[in-house]
Design a protein around this ligand. Structure first.
Ligand code: V47
Length: 381
């Protein structure tokens, strides 16, 4: 099988590459990657459990290079978190509040519009809006928010509301997910971000977010969005109670939906930050080793996703830059304001200027490509 794969991929290059993996115990997987064959769960687990980070990273880099060559994408975007009041109160989240808690807030439509207007003419191409499940906010608040942002920033792509928010709006308004999505789409929603996926395993969800929608439901909402022609993203929140098997299962389930719909644009692994959360036991955030491993694994397992994105806010700009040699082809983004992980102790800045993103990409020997949400190219080089 192994020999067959090498022959199938042909050539000396494949042999040279396989030689690199001789001592890693990953030669058979390397042969499959080289031949462009899909990896199974067992192979994913072996990669995840391997201590040979460089071997895993090089495999992921092979796939990245095949898909994107020297191009690395970045985006000029702005995040807005409209409310932190949330009925779910997930244990991994330091952002959510009860209405009476200190620090609880809900932005008025005027405040959201002002934030959008502040960015008019400054070159951003994406607005990313997510928030808590706030029972005081009617569907009209969301519709009006989209209309105002659309008016304030014509031509800017609105990538907003996680599957969890969409499901909540459907439930409290006695509508189907398709109906909610259609209403929001009409008001200006272009795309859904990848948040709220966490880890699909019911065991993990029971431990870290017992009130949140199931993994099946998260996938259903994204499937529905894809059915309406919306492209969406996907995430995993790693580094808490999940097992390696549950990480791999998460990848496989995303890959299956992507096989059916082709609607996912990018996958973004999110490193858990424990500070101020109910899971905080003095533990530290993920290590750089785990971050790079997860990004590489994502590249290797999600063979039908075009883009693997590093969110530098979570892992720091330096690991994000190094991840460009571990399967990543996209650095998100200028961001401007981030509350969710900063409430959980993130020590990164909240914004990176374009020049800095470009400098990081060039220093990694790659070509910076500014993109919009849908990966249309805005400028190259
Ligand atoms: O849904 C919450 C996660 C997500 C913590 O789609 C935490 O392009 C770490 O989804 N430690 C929001 N993570 C961010 C998100 C995202 C970010 C960038 C790009 C895109 C995209 C999506 O952050 C939440 C949750 O999964 N999160 N709390 C925490 N303590």
């Amino acid at each position: 099988m192994y020999r067959h794969s090498i022959e199938a991929s042909g050539g000396r290059r494949a042999r040279r590459v396989i030689d690199f993996y001789k001592n890693s115990g990953l030669e058979d997987i390397a042969a499959k990657v080289e031949a462009g064959e899909r990896l199974g769960s067992e192979e994913g687990l072996r990669l995840l459990k391997s201590d040979d980070l460089l071997a895993v990273g090089r495999l992921a880099d092979t796939v990245r290079r095949r898909k994107h060559g020297d191009r690395v994408y970045y985006i000029l975007n702005r995040h807005i978190n409209h409310t932190n009041i949330c009925v779910n109160r997930c244990k991994f989240c330091a952002f959510g509040r009860d209405e009476a808690d200190t620090g609880a807030y809900t932005l008025t439509l005027d405040e959201i519009e002002a934030k959008a207007l502040d960015y008019r003419g400054r070159g951003i191409t994406e607005i990313h809006i997510v928030g808590g499940l706030n029972e005081k906010l009617p569907l009209d608040y969301y519709v009006e928010m989209l209309k105002r942002v659309r008016r304030a920033l014509p031509g800017v792509i609105i990538q907003s509301f996680t599957a969890v928010e969409i499901d909540y709006l459907a439930r409290v308004n006695s509508m189907t997910v398709e109906q909610v999505l259609a209403v929001l789409q009409e008001a200006g929603l272009d795309s859904l971000p990848g948040g709220g996926a966490e880890v699909f395993s019911p065991r993990v969800r029971e431990l870290i977010c017992p009130k949140k929608i199931s993994g099946d439901r998260w996938l259903e909402v994204h499937g529905a969005a894809h059915g309406l022609g919306m492209r969406t993203n996907a995430t995993i929140l790693y580094g808490h109670v999940e097992t390696p098997e549950e990480r791999i299962d998460h990848f496989i389930r995303l890959r299956e939906l992507q096989d059916r719909t082709g609607g996912f644009l990018a996958f973004i692994p999110l490193a858990f930050h424990p500070k101020n959360t109910q899971l905080d036991q003095g533990s530290s955030p993920s290590t750089g080793y785990d971050d790079l491993k997860m990004l590489a694994l994502a590249r290797l397992m999600l063979d039908n996703f075009d883009h693997i994105k590093a969110f530098w806010i979570m892992i720091g700009p330096k690991i994000a830059q190094v991840s460009l040699s571990f399967g990543v082809n996209d650095l998100d983004g200028t961001v401007e304001e981030e509350k969710i992980v900063h409430d959980a102790g993130a020590e990164t800045d909240q914004r990176l200027p374009r020049d800095e993103l470009v400098r990081m990409i060039r220093a990694a020997g790659r070509v910076p490509v500014e993109r919009d949400t849908l990966y249309n190219i805005i400028r190259e080089g």
